[in-house]
Design a protein. Structure first.
Length: 220
């Protein structure tokens, strides 16, 4: 009878212990454990989410991390052909910081900025604006609620030319200004500059993204 290496037994038992912590999970083509649900049914760790087309809306896949059933940190979105189309950031399940959206060819369409609720700060100070203008007339303290609001510059691009077509400025959900801006992204209007997120993605992914997973479940 052949002896089983002691180290192999230890690694096997460690793997079994790790899987037993999850109610369900999947195994990616690379052998990673993804789409984990803990014993309370909460999503944890790396996830790949597939959404089918519905009522004329295109389907997509997105990947990122869940913490206690809420999206956290950077999430990447792909169309069903595998093309990278969006980069979004989350905090506590709500959008926070910069989000970027692209065509399937990698041209930037829109750049958004969001502000998410911070549970560490139960109160927030917001500006009060005049009814006939965007001048700040005062401030007030309000109880913060879980939410995500537009905050900062929202920039819209013409993907064909690389021009900035419009910029909207928001202050915690309040539209401060809305103006067209015909400045070129580059000095040469025929030479469009791809955002660094797209360039990094193209370097890492020479081929289109295809996610293959294997279901896995553990008994309660």
């Amino acid at each position: 009878m052949k002896k089983i290496p002691f180290l192999f037994v230890i690694l096997f038992l460690m793997g079994e212990h790790a899987f037993s912590q999850y109610k369900s999970f999947k195994i990616s083509a690379r052998g990673d454990t993804i789409n984990r649900e803990d014993m309370k049914g909460l999503k944890q760790g790396p996830w790949v989410v597939h959404v089918d087309p519905l009522r004329g809306e295109p389907g997509y896949e997105e990947e990122g991390y869940f913490v206690n059933n809420r999206k956290e940190g950077e999430w990447r979105k792909y169309d069903l052909e595998g093309d990278f189309i969006a980069l979004e950031n989350y905090k506590g399940g709500d959008k926070d910081g910069k989000s970027m959206y692209f065509t399937s060819m990698g041209e930037l369409i829109r750049e958004e900025h969001w502000r998410a609720y911070d549970p560490a700060q139960p109160y927030d100070t917001i500006a009060i604006y005049g009814q006939d203008n965007n001048q700040i007339t005062g401030f007030k303290i309000v109880r913060a609620e879980p939410y995500s609001v537009k905050d900062g510059d929202w920039t819209y691009y013409d993907p064909q030319t690389g021009r900035i077509s419009k910029i909207e400025k928001y202050d915690r959900g309040h539209l401060v200004s809305d103006q067209a801006n015909n400045a070129f992204v580059s000095d040469d209007p025929m030479k469009k500059i791809k955002p660094k997120e797209v360039i990094e993605y193209e370097k890492k992914n020479a081929r289109k993204k295809k996610v293959k997973v294997i279901d896995g479940r553990t008994s309660n």
